[in-house]
Design a protein around this ligand. Structure first.
Ligand SMILES: *Cc1c(COP(=O)(O)O)cnc(C)c1O
Length: 397
């Protein structure tokens, strides 16, 4: 049996005719840049995320870049973020001439650890106060600990840009004044950044991204930055870029958005099936494998199991002899992948900038011990049984 890490055929097949019709409509309209289809999509995503505004851009990377530009991040500034994410989180900081400052991750969620952030921020406040923004990443589809992150942001007067590229629709139970309010990823900070790269839970037929925000002035600034900073056209009070999303992507994404809740549910069902299958082995008890935790589930109160606390963009396990297991799975045609093998502070582009001496032990350990298993919505139970069987086989040889 072959089990791919991701197979998009299953989700495209039932939507193909609807998508083709929508794409043909765009082609025939000759409205190829921005316009009503993009605006409709922006409204739909903002509503889904519970944010005031949505600004469609060309990729998740451009979403991060434009958000940092709109907040005025530039040379000499520092941005506090996680050392364990996709490169774009840090790349955007560096492209603006700013410097990433890291706080280590929580070993259970792999998200930035607020306790470590507090130490970094306190030190910065005593020194040159260079940190001008915070980028938490909602890694693998589960929100970072936003209550504590927003409290720190408030204490130090810093804007928060949520990298929600892997977490569209993920729910965070925010505690405010003694009661809990449910917020979706991207609606809690100054700006939320989304990616529609095909492997994300909501993926286009190419690149795409979007920024959410609640401040109308920031939304306006982002719309201007998206078109080279021209407002009105050909009058450039600020420098922007060409960060536009294509209507041909937004019509596809709009169709897919209507299916997103059921796809989230299918990923959650697959995660639950893995939990049952692993529990039938001794891999959990003997410590060979530990499974990802939906840490806000316990706070579920009324919403419980049926809530998207974790949207499982990836199902990442921590294992003994990770590289051996990966080779074993590959040799049996089981797709698995390391997200991410090199923490950001160890990337070659930072060589000589003083990051060599710094260590973030949890990020480094995650890079050595974790592995993502197939979790896409159309994955079958038989495939999951095969995956767990092959993993058990590896540890009982
Ligand atoms: C996918 C991703 C991005 C970048 O999105 P693109 O659309 O590929 O540019 C940024 N951050 C994280 C955490 C991601 O997973």
């Amino acid at each position: 049996m072959r089990v791919p890490l991701l197979d998009l055929h299953g989700q495209m097949a039932p939507l193909r005719d609807e998508i083709l019709a929508a794409v043909i409509e765009v082609i025939d309209s000759t409205q190829y840049i921005l316009g009503p289809k993009v605006e409709q999509f922006e409204k739909n995503i903002a509503a889904y995320c519970g944010a005031g505004y949505g600004i469609g851009v060309a990729s998740g990377t451009d979403a991060l870049l434009a958000a940092l530009m709109a907040l005025g991040i530039g040379p000499g500034d520092a941005v506090l973020t996680t050392p364990y994410s996709f490169f774009a989180t840090m790349g955007c900081i560096l492209r603006l001439g700013a410097r990433p400052v890291f706080a280590d991750i929580d070993p259970v969620t792999y998200n930035i650890d607020p306790a470590r952030m507090a130490e970094v921020l306190a030190q910065d406040a005593l020194g040159d106060k260079r940190i001008k923004a915070i980028i938490p990443v909602h890694l693998y589809g589960q929100c970072a600990d936003m209550d504590r992150i927003l409290a720190l942001a408030k204490q130090y007067g810093l804007p928060v840009v949520e990298d929600a590229a892997q977490a569209i629709g993920a729910v965070y139970p925010m505690k405010m004044g003694g009661h809990t309010a449910w917020h979706r990823a991207g609606s809690m900070g100054e700006a939320g950044c989304f990616s529609f790269f095909p492997s994300k839970n909501l993926g286009g037929i190419g690149d795409g991204g979007l920024i959410t925000c609640n401040d109308p002035e920031l939304a306006e600034r982002l719309r201007i930055i998206r078109v080279h900073g021209g407002a009105p056209k050909y009058h450039h009070g600020v420098v922007g870029g060409n960060f536009r999303i294509d209507p041909i992507q937004t019509v596809v994404l709009d169709i897919k958005l209507s299916r997103l809740p059921e796809w989230h549910k299918a990923r959650r069902r697959n995660a639950a099936a893995y939990r049952r299958l692993f529990a039938q082995t001794d891999l959990l008890a003997n410590g060979a494998v530990s499974l990802p935790e939906a840490v806000y589930q316990a706070e579920g109160l009324t919403v419980g199991e049926e809530c998207d606390y974790h949207i499982y963009n990836q199902f990442v396990i921590r294992v003994k002899d990770r590289d051996g297991l990966l080779r074993h799975l590959q040799s049996h045609d089981v797709g698995a992948e390391i997200y991410y093998p090199i923490p950001l502070h160890r990337q070659g582009c930072l060589a000589g900038l003083g990051y060599e001496e710094i260590s973030f032990p949890e990020a480094e350990r995650a890079a050595l011990e974790t592995l993502a298993l197939p979790i896409f919505p159309e994955l079958t139970y038989e495939m999951q049984c095969f995956v767990v069987e092959k993993i058990a086989e590896f540890y009982t040889r």
